[in-house]
Design a protein around this ligand. Structure first.
Ligand code: FAD
Length: 440
């Protein structure tokens, strides 16, 4: 059965998140963008409202919501401010390796703690010299008895300056690439953890982004999220579950850009008429609308696949790639409708445009999503059509007038079909020899 309706519970979740976004985020979004700061009180309110950490399993005191529920929430938050939405959602990202790990004692300890108290957890694969290539991690994890000692720097870490806990990815040996990657749950107060200055950014300035230095940080064996060799897969599985939410951020931000543009187009006069009456503007709005709608469907599908226990990797990449690319296009066209005013800080579009720019970069750039999708399309994807050389031939008697028993031979190079007892010595089109022909 296929259905696109939300359950009454999901409609309620969406409504609550929308109300929260309009009441607590929208009024402060431009201020925190201007001062380049993250409002902890807003994050705390999101936690109190059950909007942050909504996906912590019930058995650990959480709400146990699924990914579809979470993308409904994140679309609403990002519609008010993508930066603050990123900061609020970051706990789900930071907790995802824990959810996927097999370390039950660790789950019990930290899920319970984070569900019960206002605590932040960040996620760290990236480093100053690598982001896309997770197998290129250099942060070293040296074995010391049962413990590990971490040395290295993580960079671009959302909420890193605020978080109490960190999901840190490291390697036992950079030469081992994928096979060396491991992951640990680290506490900020442990000796050897230092937080860098807040990184100044183009957009999403309401989210905190810093570097984290790890110097001889001792991690007890109890805090291993993934042993060496299992960290890379853990990171990839995490992204497969969190990318739909990035898609939902993009849908939310694009939706707001579209709504502001529609409002403006209905008011603004040019050449004696409202600009919304001009077809050029109407077509822009039509394109925005179809892009937002399409992106949301892709996001929901990816989240649904994850909730069904399917592997959402491909759907997650499709939704992330499409939604984040269209968000930038929609915001850009919205700015065009606002024209001069769109380029000012007095109207909301320039902030949305700056915020949207990040979607195509974090949690796997658009180029990385294309790598994943092309790898799938060229590899594991199962085509319905037969290979070109096996395409069936309809032996239409009236057309080719064949003797009974005549055979058909297809040139594998150019597709020419030869009829006869055997293949020709040479293809009359591409001049390849007999060996290029296959019996059909
Ligand atoms: C504001 C912000 C917040 C972030 N938050 C976090 C966080 O919380 N945790 C975290 O771990 N990281 C975080 N990141 C890091 C982010 O995930 C990386 O920036 C991203 O993965 C890209 O890595 P990079 O910047 O090192 O670019 P690089 O990997 O150096 O890539 C540079 C360019 O080359 C392209 N490229 C790379 N490899 C290929 C290839 N094989 N084929 C084609 N093109 C390629 C990339 O797409 C990109 O265009 C954040 C980044 C930003 C800016």
């Amino acid at each position: 059965m296929l259905g696109f309706h939300l359950t009454p519970e999901q409609i309620e979740i969406q409504k609550k998140a929308r109300e929260f976004a309009l009441r607590e985020i929208l009024p402060v979004a431009w201020h925190y963008d201007a001062v380049d700061d993250t409002p902890l009180p807003v994050l705390r309110k999101a936690w109190e409202a059950g909007i942050m950490n909504a996906d912590i399993p019930k058995e650990y005191g959480g709400r146990g919501l699924g990914l579809v529920d979470n993308v409904l929430i994140t679309e609403e938050l990002a519609a008010a401010c993508a930066g603050l939405a990123t900061s609020i959602f970051d706990n789900s990202l930071g907790l995802e390796p824990l959810r996927l790990s097999t370390n039950d004692d660790l789950k019990k300890k930290y899920f319970t703690e984070i569900a019960r108290n206002f605590k932040l957890i960040c996620f760290a694969t990236s480093e100053p010299t690598m982001g896309s290539d997770v197998s290129g991690i250099r942060c070293l994890a040296r074995r010391d008895g049962d413990d590990y000692i971490l040395n290295g720097t993580k960079y671009w870490i959302t909420n890193g300056g605020l978080a109490d806990y960190m999901s840190i990815f490291a390697t036992i040996d950079p030469e081992k690439k994928h096979d060396g990657i491991c992951a640990f749950l680290v506490e900020k107060n442990w000796q050897g953890v230092s937080i860098g200055r807040r990184i100044p950014k183009l957009g999403q300035r309401g989210s905190n982004t810093v570097g984290i230095k790890l110097q001889d940080v001792r991690v007890p064996k109890e805090n291993v999220l993934a042993p060496p060799g299992e960290g890379f897969v853990l990171a990839m599985k995490t992204f497969a579950r969190t990318r739909p939410a990035i898609g939902a951020f993009a849908v939310g931000a694009a939706r707001s850009a579209m709504e502001f543009a529609i409002d403006y187009a209905k008011r603004r006069q040019a050449f004696g008429a409202k600009i919304a009456t001009y077809q050029a503007i109407q077509h822009k709005i039509a394109d925005m609308y179809q892009k937002v709608e399409t992106a949301r469907l892709l996001v929901w599908k990816a989240a649904w696949e994850a909730d069904q226990g399917l592997d959402p990797t491909i759907a997650a990449s499709v939704s992330k790639l499409y939604s984040t690319e269209i968000a930038l296009e929609v915001a850009n066209e919205a700015l065009q409708i606002f024209a001069g005013y769109g380029y000012t800080k007095m109207f909301p579009i320039e902030k949305i445009l700056r915020d949207c720019r990040l979607f195509r970069i974090y949690e796997g750039t658009s180029e990385v999503q294309r790598l994943i999708l092309s790898g799938f399309a060229l590899g594991a994807y199962k085509p319905v059509m037969p290979p070109l050389e096996d395409l069936p031939i309809h032996l239409e008697k009236d057309i080719v007038n064949l003797e009974p028993g005549t055979r058909a031979w297809r040139c594998r190079i150019c597709g020419h079909v030869h009829y006869g007892d055997g293949p020709p010595a040479e293809c009359p089109y591409c001049f390849f020899p007999q060996s290029a022909f296959k019996a059909v």
